[in-house]
Design a protein around this ligand. Structure first.
Ligand code: CDP
Length: 803
């Protein structure tokens, strides 16, 4: 059910398949047949294999490394250490947050699983066997695993490699207005506080990270097949780091088996394989194992958050104060714009209208793997959305107001858009109350509240959890957004061939989101060429225009907009050719999907296919031949998708087990290009959100050993555990996007964790329970009930307010 009609819904007939058609994903055919081509499918003549030796200890000085036995193993071609790389100035590399990261450790190891040496061998089994023959002498040091302890004066210094680094603080950053926020708190009747930890998690894509580096010794050309969500940006970074001429580097990102942010950073394995290929003169493949992926590659979250919400007794929110401490691991490697040290965490004010907010964020180095990737999230929006939605829910209990009612009283109203948030975002459009009301209607909210009250009397616990999130996706604009200095725009190149078939090339890179289908639909909408006649190409830097890649749900807001714009350029040119063919003036022509005709005489027309043929065979004198163009799109603003999720759970207070009975998700991502794909994206995100709320975290023991580096400990929900989802939608177009679309890939991962947790808290709220940290494991629920009245239930705790 749709509450409003999409402005452009199905303007094209099904045979063309433009916007609003649920076309089946054309890429699925090859995936379902096992005919996809992933990095590990690539086999080149004379190819060697790399395996990486990782540190078993989290913090130690490397006294010595003896590689002689490994080097002597038949089939081993080379053993590489940090010292070898240092000779080529490649032992350290820059991170996406402007820090440095060891490629192979030279001085110290700083986390368990850190890359220490690599073996290059004729076959992968020999390479792995040889790792056991490398003898590393570690002088162990005290590990620091708690970020608060890391900031203590007497904590061991982790980054002694950095000149001038005195403690373990890696950054401090603030947003908003401290004085205005203090004033708001002074006026408050009620202040609600929450300490919570968003645990360290991992994107765990089905395909782990890897590459095949092929540097041709004769020409110096480097072709690197790589699991990359951002091939163009990676090419530039390779050129800058390795000093290779950029025109001689070609990054090919073939089919990708899921990315979720895990394939945005550059990892040591890529650098080692490329350096080895350069020095040995043969192709080198490196593909990490599942445990290597989980232990060392691109973790997410790990934010310790303290939030305070100031309210009037009538429920009006006056202000928000947040202190956040992030555990960055040994290297500050978060993928985020230079300007924002905690990503877009400062969108933490959420869907609500209040005048004042102040956010202080700090990061600490610890002896853990680096990462801080935006796991299915626009930089750090997930953590932000979780905090505000948990705070608002708790505020409702303190005030004795229904959690839905409290939200409705404080939502930014539709007439307030564009809305400037107190931390500096300009929300483009929204109708939050409509989405929440629809979700309430779908779930039968009032009846559920009655049932909850009756159940409590009978000793049964039912909880109803809400989350009304606002996301921010589609970076840039170029003024505020960059990755390692490269501005965040994106591009599309479109060529219509003489027979009317087309090829669209993009700077973004799908990892399973269905771009080959949806971007063809955009061209179909704009030019009337059937979507099935449009090939979509991404991921090869030699054959696609420059772009910043796919993460943070930016493909549709930015790459999609570039596609619209280039298609419109071609339509303008097609009009000139059509006028020539019809011997009419351009202004006398009308357009319908796929065809120009003379106003008032619909039978006198030419199809887009006729025009395409004429562009190469019969074009007007003086006009540039061909039908081809490129557009680089610099978005004027981000897009702000939103939604309201309601989860109903039953909790067994005896065992702490909880079960989802209903999950209703109303999403608004503006105009939907392919409603079926959008729903698929939401299903995936809701399942991942459920996993985070219910079962997933990567923890460390006090010695810095990583717990959760395999799928026995780090749990992935199967269809058996995953709840059933009931989806609905509203459509509030983005006013600045050329077809009104907003991104959607991450909405459900961002919005849903708070809804699940709020549901469990709601079941226990009357007992005084106000927090259980994720994952909401049965023993935590049980302990929270036992300690009812406190706010326990977590194991790692939040951060106390800053002095
Ligand atoms: O950047 P990423 O592809 O991860 O995220 P997205 O731009 O939100 O798009 C995810 C998928 O949903 C793509 O295939 C989009 O084209 C599709 N989509 C859609 O059909 N309509 C929207 N309004 C947004 C996304």
């Amino acid at each position: 059910m749709t509450t409003t009609e999409q402005p452009a819904t199905q303007a094209t007939p099904p045979g063309i398949g433009g916007i609003g058609h649920s076309l089946r994903r054309r890429e699925d055919d090859r995936f379902l047949r096992g005919a996809g081509r992933f990095v590990d499918d690539i086999v080149l003549p004379r190819m060697l294999h790399a395996a990486v030796l990782r540190s078993p200890v989290p913090h130690a000085r490397i006294a010595s490394i003896d590689t002689s036995a490994a080097a002597a193993l038949p089939g081993v071609v080379a053993v590489v250490t940090g010292a070898d790389l240092a000779a080529h100035n490649l032992a350290w590399m820059p991170t996406l947050s402007g820090d440095t990261q060891a490629v192979l450790a030279t001085d110290k190891v700083r986390f368990q699983g850190q890359e220490v040496a690599a073996v290059i061998a004729e076959d992968p089994y020999v390479a792995h066997d040889a790792l056991d023959l490398i003898d590393v002498d570690y002088d162990t040091l005290t590990p620091v695993v708690n970020p608060r302890q890391a900031l203590a004066d007497d904590a061991p210094l982790i980054r002694d490699d950095k000149e001038g680094q005195e403690g373990n603080r890696c950054y401090r950053w603030e947003a908003g207005d401290r004085e205005a926020t203090d004033r708001a708190f002074a006026e408050a009747d009620v202040v609600v506080e929450l300490d919570t930890h968003y645990p360290r998690s991992h994107p765990s894509p089905l395909e782990t990270c890897g590459c095949v580096a092929d540097v041709n010794p004769a020409t110096g050309h480097a072709t690197i097949y790589m699991t990359s969500q951002a091939p163009h940006a990676h090419r530039t970074l390779f050129a800058l780091v390795a000093g290779l001429p950029e025109e001689k580097i070609r990054i090919i990102s073939p089919d990708i088996g899921g990315g979720f942010g895990n394939k945005v950073p550059i990892y040591p394995g890529y650098v080692v394989a490329t350096a080895a290929s350069l020095l040995i003169g043969r192709p080198v493949k490196w593909v990490e194992s599942r445990s290597e992926n989980l232990i060392s590659t691109g973790f997410a979250r790990d934010y310790h958050m303290h939030g305070e919400l100031a309210l009037k007794r009538d429920g009006r929110i006056l202000g928000l104060r947040v202190n956040m401490l992030s555990d960055n691991g040994a290297f500050f490697a978060d993928a985020q714009p230079t300007k924002f040290k905690a990503g877009l965490f400062h969108i933490v004010t959420g869907s609500y209208d209040y005048p004042a907010a102040h956010v202080v964020t700090e990061g600490a180095y610890t002896n853990k793997a680096p990462g801080g990737v935006a796991y299915r999230c626009s930089f750090r929006v997930t953590e932000a959305s979780y905090l505000i939605e948990r705070l608002v829910q708790n505020a409702a209990y303190e005030l004795g107001v229904d959690p839905a009612e409290l939200r409705l009283r404080n939502f930014i109203r539709p007439d307030q858009f564009p809305y400037r948030s107190p931390t500096g975002f300009t929300y483009d459009s929204g109708d939050y109350a409509r989405a929440l009301r629809l979700a309430m209607e779908r779930v039968g909210y009032d009846d559920l509240r009655r049932e909850q009250a009756e159940a409590r009397e009978q000793g049964r616990l039912i909880g109803i959890g809400l989350a009304s999130f606002t996301e921010v996706v589609g970076a840039g604009n170029h003024k505020e957004f960059d990755i390692a200095g490269i501005k965040m725009f994106d591009s599309a190149e479109l060529r219509v061939h003489p027979t009317g078939k087309a090829i669209l090339k993009l700077g973004v890179r799908s990892q399973g989101q269905g771009h080959e289908t949806t971007f063809a639909q955009i061209v179909a909408e704009e030019l009337g060429i059937p979507a099935t006649d449009i090939a979509v190409q991404e991921g090869d830097t030699d054959n696609t225009p420059y772009g910043l890649g796919t993460y943070a749900s930016r493909s549709t807001p930015v790459g999609g907009a570039a596609t619209v714009m280039v298609a419109r350029k071609l339509r303008d040119k097609a009009r000139v050719i059509a006028a020539h063919l019809l011997e009419a003036a351009e202004e006398d022509l009308e357009w319908e999907p796929g065809r120009f005709f003379v106003k008032g005489t619909p039978s006198r027309g030419v199809t887009i296919q006729d025009v395409a043929f004429a562009a190469y065979t019969n074009f007007p004198e003086g006009l540039e031949p061909g039908l081809e163009g490129v557009h680089y799109y610099d978005p004027p603003n981000m897009t702000y998708p939103f939604g309201s999720y309601i989860v109903v759970v039953e909790v067994d207070a005896e065992t702490g087990q909880w079960k989802v009975r209903r999950m209703v998700a109303v999403d608004d991502c503006g105009v939907r290009i392919n409603p079926m794909i959008v729903e698929g994206q939401i299903h995936g995100g809701l399942a991942e959100g459920y996993a985070m709320a219910n079962m997933q975290f990567i923890t460390f023991d006090e010695d810095g050993n990583c717990i959760g580096s395999n799928f026995m400990d780090y749990l992935i929900p199967t269809a058996w555990e995953t709840p059933r989802f009931e989806l609905d939608e509203t459509v509030t177009p983005s006013p600045h996007h050329p077809i009104g679309a907003k991104g959607v890939g991450e909405s459900a991962t961002v919005g849903s964790p708070a809804a699940y947790v709020n549901a469990v808290i709601d079941a226990l709220a009357h007992l005084g329970v106000r927090n259980i940290d994720m994952p909401v494991l049965p023993h935590r629920v049980w302990a929270a009930v036992r300690d009812a009245g406190g706010s326990g239930g977590g194991e790692q705790g939040g951060v106390p307010p800053a002095p």
